[in-house]
Design a protein around this ligand. Structure first.
Ligand SMILES: [Zn+2]
Length: 206
């Protein structure tokens, strides 16, 4: 093996957040953000390509963080009163139930029908990992859905006012464009009529 083909391994961590409006039966709509964290590894085949490994690690970490945000949202809790959403609780029970079934059914098949032990062993291992991951998200969810602070709300409001003003300007210029187009087509029509020798110009003029 050539010595230069050793490569570097880079690990990156990222925290991402997603802005949401959380609908709570008790608190109403709560402006909040969901925080996800992720760790990723990037490998570069050559020492010289270290930058590439860094970029890959960042992208991997970002993808993990985004997935965590989605997972947290499925078990959502109110950012203010921390009440669990019934849909999230249902989903949680369903996932644990599925893990239980995946672990139990091959085990029963082994006991009853002499299925090779390797199959229930793999199934139980997989189900356990899935159950632990599910539990982890369920546990961290309340701390990861946080209400926006008054400062964050103020910043958001300012940004909205700015973008509204921009949108207004844009729609005004759209109107202006439409008006010009209308005028131009009127003009063309008049010119055509004039060219055709129809004497309607007088009434068209204003
Ligand atoms: Zn609430």
């Amino acid at each position: 093996m050539p010595i230069f083909y050793v490569g570097g391994r880079v690990t990156a961590e990222r925290t991402e957040s997603k802005r949401i409006d959380y609908p709570c039966v008790r608190c109403g709509v709560v402006p909040a953000r969901v925080v996800g964290t992720g760790k990723g590894t990037g490998v570069s085949p050559f020492f010289l390509a270290g930058k590439r490994a860094q970029i890959n690690a960042h992208h991997a970490a970002l993808a993990v963080a985004r997935r965590e945000i989605d997972d947290i949202l499925t078990f959502s809790t109110c950012p203010r009163c921390k009440a669990r959403a019934p849909s999230g609780a249902r989903r949680f029970r369903l996932q644990l139930g599925a893990a239980g079934a995946v672990a139990t059914i091959p085990l029963l098949a082994m006991i009853l029908f002499g299925l090779h032990w390797a199959i229930p062993a793999v199934a139980i291992g997989g189900a356990l990992v899935f159950a632990v991951l599910t539990l982890r998200i369920w546990i961290i969810a309340p701390a990861r859905i946080v209400p926006l602070t008054p400062e964050e709300l103020a910043t958001e409001k300012k940004a909205k006012v700015r973008s509204d003003a921009r949108a207004q300007l844009r729609s005004e210029s759209d109107e202006e464009r439409r008006r010009r187009r209308r005028e131009r087509s009127d003009e063309i029509r008049r010119e055509r009529r004039a060219a055709a020798g129809v004497d309607e110009e007088e009434e068209g003029e204003d």
